[in-house]
Design a protein around this ligand. Structure first.
Ligand SMILES: [Zn+2]
Length: 113
């Protein structure tokens, strides 16, 4: 299997919700974070090679993206969206309003994460 040597777990690795994250949950999340970092780094090497983008350009773009929400804090906060038909608050996990069924369009895929 393609992903066999990457150590990606397919079993119960969802953090428990009843008493907060346990030490085991944090270890799993840390391991997943490290794998995501490796995948991002691998993708970066492809992009760098294919487009000749420098590390400095990546850092500058990172700073620009960080400022999209108006705060250079290393986080990207997505604002709360309201349904255009009924005005209720939308859950970003769903593609349509849970109250009236209106299909919601996001301006960026990252708003739906
Ligand atoms: Zn609605």
């Amino acid at each position: 299997m393609l992903y066999a040597n990457m150590g990606i777990r397919k079993d119960n690795n969802t953090p428990s919700s009843n008493s907060g994250p346990s030490k085991g949950d944090l270890e799993i999340l840390t391991a997943r974070f490290e794998k995501l970092k490796l995948v991002n780094m691998a993708l970066w090497t492809f992009i760098k090679e294919a487009h000749g983008i420098t590390e400095e350009q990546l850092v500058e773009r990172y700073k620009q993206v960080d400022l999209i929400d108006g705060s250079a804090d290393g986080k990207l906060k997505v604002g709360i969206k309201k349904c255009t038909k009924c005005g209720k608050t939308l859950n970003p996990k769903f593609e349509k309003c849970q109250y009236c069924g209106t299909i919601v369009s996001f301006s960026s895929i990252f708003e739906a994460i």
